[in-house]
Ligand binder design. Sequence first.
Ligand code: ZN
Length: 161
Amino acid sequence: MAIRNIREIGDPVLNKKCKEVTEMTQRIRDLIGDMFDTMYEANGVGLAAPQVGILKRIVVIDTTGEDPLVLINPRIVESDGEQTGLEGCLSVPGKSGNVTRPNHVKAVYLDENMNECEIEGEELLARAICHELDHLEGELYVDKVEGNLMDNSEIQETEEG
Ligand code: ZN
């Protein structure tokens, strides 16, 4: 497995709609392995295939460091509640902004064996699912930020007083 180059905001691949995965292949298995390596290396909690330049509906998420999740062709089927909090993206390095998301979502997806699965998430997991699924539509969180997009250094200064 390998670390892939993370595409950054301004790269047109991040604004394209991704295609469904129709069959599991060794190439896609390798891609998924590389996506996990790339996400962990960058200390991220989620990564979508377009972020490594592949326009397929695949995301990896791990909000705890112990719950690796592969979602293929994911679709949100239920969402409720509301949360507003700071969000960042590996494709927008060094920045964060406040985004309002549902507090609870239920999604259906295929796992790496193309079996139909379902997941429910709250808080950070719900936020990560929404954020990563947006990538598959070619959408970045920066277009949903309330107020200003902030430099992480400014935020640290604020937290430190
Ligand atoms: Zn992102």
